[in-house]
Ligand binder design. Structure first.
Ligand code: C6P
Length: 416
């Protein structure tokens, strides 16, 4: 995370790109970690596809199909540039992070993992980076091991070291926890995993939208993220992989577009990435994702990070000073984007419901991280998350809304 040489965000100008924030009492949208809003230039790029060159790709011999193919492949180049992938062929378009991780688990995992092997995960994984490995372990007899977290909500690195042995074939780890916000020490994790010969899958769903992620510098083997959390549309995600690994891996899904030749009993497969993109892909969504990559790059990833850190810090201090609020996760400088909390005596769903009445959108629930909820000994948390279009006023509205919720619940409990 480099923060030098950046231009601060012009948040007012950015908000003009998001019609959802128009109006006198605009929505305080504090749920971008679930799905971010989509700016007009991204929507316009998809509209242009539908309005002027909508057609299938990689098969047409007419002008608009060639245009669609060119724009789809251009999007792949933009995404490669965003994460500094050496070659656009290393970018496989999927539906989302979940599908990208499943692709690795089914394709690389089935071909590589055996019954004596171990897969190291952490207790802070989203179900997307847990259930695919459970299924693989059940199929192969491999063992899952879990790195614990410290009381502050940081990854217990000493425990990771203990778990890494010559049996470890894979470390699958989230870059940023979607509950705690913890930014994991990815470089050290990858180096330690490689030292025992293990491959590393990075769940970057919560990091790529927020700061610069450089796959060459990290030297990760696979990295997955979703378009919809980085100002892109839903229905498009990315798997980055090292080229020799992608080339060796068997296909995940079979069908059109992923073949070279097909005979009755046998087929040969296309080169990567086509080998992993069976059927008609999400064409408009890929084009939208390319424009979303442009959008956040032009805004400046450093600037986005600095801005969201300011909001996170402000929210952290506001909520910390409020009686009856418990915060989860480490100190703000050790996390990114999200702030999870509970309010004594109020279920997180009720908190979200009351805030919604005041035009404030947050998430409440287990956040698809049930093992982490068990570790924290809670059934659910409330969670506010911040992105480039949020303001300090949004944070103040969250704080006021929580105070109102506390007063409301206090009155109710006293009137019984
Ligand atoms: N987390 C949240 O509100 P998909 O659904 O495939 O686009 O992303 C899955 C995913 C994987 N890893 C992490 C760290 C995530 O945060 C998510 C999505 C959302 O926290 C929806 S549960």
């Amino acid at each position: 995370m480099h923060t030098a040489n950046f231009h601060p965000l012009d948040v007012e100008a950015i908000r003009q790109d998001f019609p959802i924030f128009a109006g006198e009492q605009p929505l305080a949208f504090l749920d971008s970690a679930a799905s971010a809003q989509t700016p007009q230039p991204v929507v316009a790029a998809m509209d242009t596809y539908y309005d002027t060159y909508r057609s299938n790709i990689h098969r047409g011999v007419y002008r608009i199909s060639e245009e669609a193919t060119a724009q789809y492949e251009r999007a792949r180049e933009k995404v490669a540039k965003l994460i500094n992938a050496p070659n656009a062929r290393q970018i496989v378009f999927t539906r989302n992070t979940t599908e990208a991780i499943n692709l690795v688990a089914y394709s690389w995992g089935s071909a590589t993992i055996g019954k004596d092997d171990e897969i190291v995960l952490t207790v802070m994984e989203h179900h997307s980076n847990l259930v695919p490995w459970q299924i693989l372990a059940q199929r192969t007899g491999a063992t899952l091991r879990f790195v614990e977290i410290t009381d502050e909500g940081l990854l217990n690195f000493a425990h990771l070291r203990e778990l890494l042995t010559e049996k470890t074939k894979l470390v699958a780890v989230t870059h940023v926890s979607n509950v705690l916000g913890t930014v994991n020490p990815l470089q050290s994790i990858i180096d330690a995993a490689h030292a025992v010969g293990a491959k590393v899958v990075v769940d970057a769903a919560q990091s790529v939208p927020h700061f610069r992620v450089d796959v060459q510098q990290l030297n990760c083997d696979f990295l997955a993220f979703s378009g919809h959390k980085m100002c892109g549309p839903t229905g498009i995600g990315v798997l980055y992989g090292k080229l020799p690994l992608l080339e060796e891996m068997p296909p995940f899904l079979g069908g059109g577009s992923m073949i070279r030749t097909v005979e009755r009993d046998v087929s040969t497969y296309a080169d990567v990435p086509a080998k992993f993109e069976a059927g008609t892909p999400s064409i408009a969504e890929a084009i939208g994702l390319g424009h979303a990559a442009d959008y956040i790059t032009q805004a400046g990833l450093e600037a986005i990070h600095v801005h969201t850190q300011q909001l996170l810090q402000h929210a952290h201090h506001r909520l910390k000073e409020t009686q009856g609020i418990t915060l989860y996760g480490p100190e703000p400088h050790q996390k990114a984007g999200v702030l999870s909390f509970n309010v004594a005596g109020i279920h997180p769903h009720d908190i979200a419901g009351i805030l919604d009445m005041h035009g404030i959108a947050i998430r409440a629930g287990h956040h698809c991280a049930q093992p982490l909820m068990q570790k924290l000994d809670v059934i659910a948390t409330a969670r506010a998350s911040f992105y480039l279009y949020n303001t300090l006023e949004d944070v103040e509205r969250l704080y006021d809304g929580l105070r109102k919720a506390q007063k409301l619940m206090h009155r109710r409990s006293h009137s019984r």
